[in-house]
Design a protein around this ligand. Structure first.
Ligand SMILES: [Zn+2]
Length: 109
């Protein structure tokens, strides 16, 4: 289970676990994710630490395309209908150059 909750200072905190080593991914720029569309794969999102963990999962799941984990919250914002949120638009503008989110901003589409 890649998305889970841990107790942190008396509060529940959602975290991402690596599907290979089961350790928490604590830096979104050092984690990666990949998904298989239901039409061609299992429809599951796989999370990994970049490097050896991701390479092992490539063989297991047949995944060859990985994206930096920092992109996931931004991408999810599109499917969660956050296009009209000023805070989300600001996050997109801020993250786009570093994360290589090319093309028109999603609220312009
Ligand atoms: Zn790992």
């Amino acid at each position: 289970m890649a998305l889970t909750v841990v107790e942190d200072a008396g509060r529940g905190t959602p975290v991402v676990l690596c599907d290979r080593c089961q350790e928490r991914i604590v830096d979104a720029l050092e984690g990666v994710f990949s998904w298989g569309r239901p039409s061609v794969g299992d429809g599951r999102i796989v999370f990994a630490h970049e490097g050896a963990c991701a390479e092992e999962l490539e063989a297991l799941y047949g995944r060859t395309t990985w994206e930096v984990l920092a992109k996931l919250p931004i991408i999810l914002g599109v499917s969660l209908g956050m296009r009209r949120s000023g805070a989300w638009q600001a996050a997109w503008r801020s993250a786009a150059p570093e994360l290589g989110l090319d093309g028109a901003a999603p609220w312009d589409r």
